[in-house]
Write a protein that binds this ligand. Structure first.
Ligand code: NAD
Length: 529
């Protein structure tokens, strides 16, 4: 039987999240909505914010004044928890402390027969339900900030949640106009878990001084993210981010992928918490915290560019050949006689096969399976890394070893500029910056998939709709090539000899089966054509 959404909804806690959830309940679900907050004036203030948001929507033509008025008319303040007796769903958005939630859920179970949902982002639902005399009625409904705008809700059953409670939460989430994804009650559920490497790996790269935080952000933005990991940390709060990392470490008994960063802890100790304190990874005392990103280098076709050799069977190598050919380079494969020696030889392969050696010219090597210094024992070469798809105005990272020749470094920069791509110099390690962050994002998603945390569609939709990622990690892995992702991870694992970089069994199995992604029509997903 299809579950129907709740008709009378209580929202407990009228802060950032509770206000937005109450707006959704009254406006999208059309439910009678009761808002409770023990702090004097908090529920009134939330009603004021909701009223203003409804007005703004009328002004922008998103709904009519009548609809806004009707939604406002369905919202009431509850002066005590007892007023929630007639609810069929209560959504809790109180402070993120287990003892607060225990007290609330124990009391709520007494005053109402409703399904009791928590909007917690980091406390296990099963642990919250353990403090409630009716654990079968407790379920997670995890919204994203700002709740009215973000199109995702994670529904999280605890170990003892009843099917009826889960169905009501799902139906109500859908009536709110959200994409509802099903998660398991494991650290960070789906989205916050799969996003751990975004900040975590960036912090690790900064700790190793491979690139400064501002440069890491720039590199990540050039790949299509609206914000880099450090800007995002400043927005959310460096302290909030650290507290989430600490909860992951605690709940997982020390999973090395989720270890909190001492660098972040130092920022918190210094009170550099981000926007809310005026300074974090950036200073917020001017109109902008950073300059705008520069436009893409101009591209033009020039038949006189000369011969370039591009080796490798990666998606990246295919893209580089196409782009170079389009701007007038005479592109040859290794071993192919072009009549003239190549001025530049780029190896964009993964080093898995016995490839023909690169011939002459300046050598530029893909740093995927190893750092440049290990890939180039003879010396002289420059290193690079980028991920497919190469976006117009995108960025290629370059690296150098102690032996990289200056003319080779300049030739590498000049070549990528002819393709309309920016370059940035970073320290030498497998995958450089973006490759490493994205490989760990794909890996985390592959662990989550293998552990049954969510389906592949739910993981990818969750990351796009919940966090504005430009692409789902699994679909992106397919596009990059899962063999490329695995080589990056194995390269990092060999280089650091740390379990943090062990590849997910599901990822390795797909590569073993030849399902390496879009290029062969199958990876995490099946691909047409
Ligand atoms: P907030 O601090 O903005 O609001 C919390 C509200 O709860 C305050 O108005 C406070 O007065 C009220 N409150 C305090 N004690 C209470 C009690 N005993 N009973 C009822 N209300 C009480 O916090 P928030 O950011 O809205 O977060 C609320 C919950 O939502 C937390 O569990 C948090 O982890 C989760 N969450 C937050 C975000 C986010 O981005 N802010 C996103 C998803 C989930």
């Amino acid at each position: 039987m299809e579950a129907t959404p709740a008709r009378v909804i209580g929202v407990v806690g009228a802060g950032t999240m509770g206000g937005g959830i109450a707006q959704l309940a009254a406006q999208a679900v059309g439910a009678d909505t009761l808002l409770f907050d023990p702090a004097p004036g908090a529920a009134d203030a939330a009603l004021g914010r909701i009223g203003a948001a409804l007005e703004r929507g009328v002004g922008r033509g998103r709904w009519s004044a009548e609809e806004a008025g009707a939604a406002r008319g369905r919202l009431r303040i509850a002066s005590a928890l007892d007023d929630l007796a007639a609810c069929d769903l209560v959504i809790e958005a109180a402070p993120e402390r287990l003892e607060v939630k225990h007290e609330l859920f124990a009391r709520l179970a007494e005053v109402t027969p409703a399904v009791l949902a928590s909007n917690t982002s980091s406390i296990p639902i099963t642990a919250i339900a353990a403090g409630c005399p009716a654990p079968e009625r407790v379920v997670g409904m995890h919204f994203f900030n700002p709740a009215p705008a973000m199109r995702l809700v994670e529904v999280v059953p605890g170990l003892r949640s009843s099917p009826g409670a889960i169905a009501l939460a799902r139906a109500t989430g859908e009536a709110m106009g959200k994409r509802v994804i099903d998660a398991t009650d494991t650290p960070g559920f789906v989205v916050n878990r799969c996003n751990r490497p975004f900040g975590g790996e960036a912090l690790r790269i900064a700790t190793e001084r491979l690139a400064e935080p501002h440069l890491i952000d720039r590199i990540v933005r050039a790949a299509g993210y609206r914000m880099g990991p450090f800007e995002l940390m400043d927005l959310v709060g460096v302290d909030v981010n650290l507290a989430v990392a600490e909860s992951f470490a605690r709940l997982s008994y020390g999973e090395p992928r989720w270890r909190p960063s001492p660098l972040a802890a130092q920022m918190v100790a210094a009170g550099l918490l981000g926007r809310k304190t005026g300074e974090g990874w950036y200073r917020y005392d001017g109109p902008e915290h950073r300059p705008s990103d520069p436009p893409a280098p101009a591209v033009h076709r020039d038949e006189g560019r000369g011969v370039i050799q591009i080796a490798g069977d990666t998606m990246l190598a295919h893209e580089l050949r196409g782009l170079a050919d389009a701007v007038g380079w005479h592109v040859v494969d290794p071993g192919e006689d072009a009549g003239a020696a190549p001025s530049l030889a780029i190896d964009a392969g993964l080093g898995l096969d016995e490839d023909e050696p690169l011939q002459g010219g300046h050598r530029v090597l893909l740093c995927a399976g190893a750092p440049l210094h290990a890939l180039d024992p003879a010396g002289g070469a420059a290193g690079f890394h980028a991920l497919a798809p190469l976006r117009p105005g995108g960025l290629v990272e370059l690296t150098r070893s102690g032996t990289t020749s200056e003319p080779t470094a300049r030739a590498a920069e000049a070549f990528f500029a002819t393709l309309g791509l920016h370059t940035a110099w970073v320290g030498d390690a497998p995958g450089l910056v973006l490759g490493r962050i994205v490989a760990q994002l794909v890996n985390e998603a592959a662990f989550a998939l293998g552990e049954g945390v969510a389906t592949a569609d739910d993981i990818d939709d969750g990351m796009i709709l919940g966090l504005n990622h430009p692409s789902g990690p699994l679909a992106w892995g397919d596009l990059i090539g899962l063999d490329h992702v695995l080589v990056l991870l194995d390269g990092l694992h060999d280089h650091y000899r740390e379990d943090r970089y062990r590849a997910a069994p599901r990822l390795r199995a797909l590569v073993d089966e030849g399902r390496i992604g879009t290029i062969v029509g199958a990876g995490f997903f099946e691909h047409e054509g």
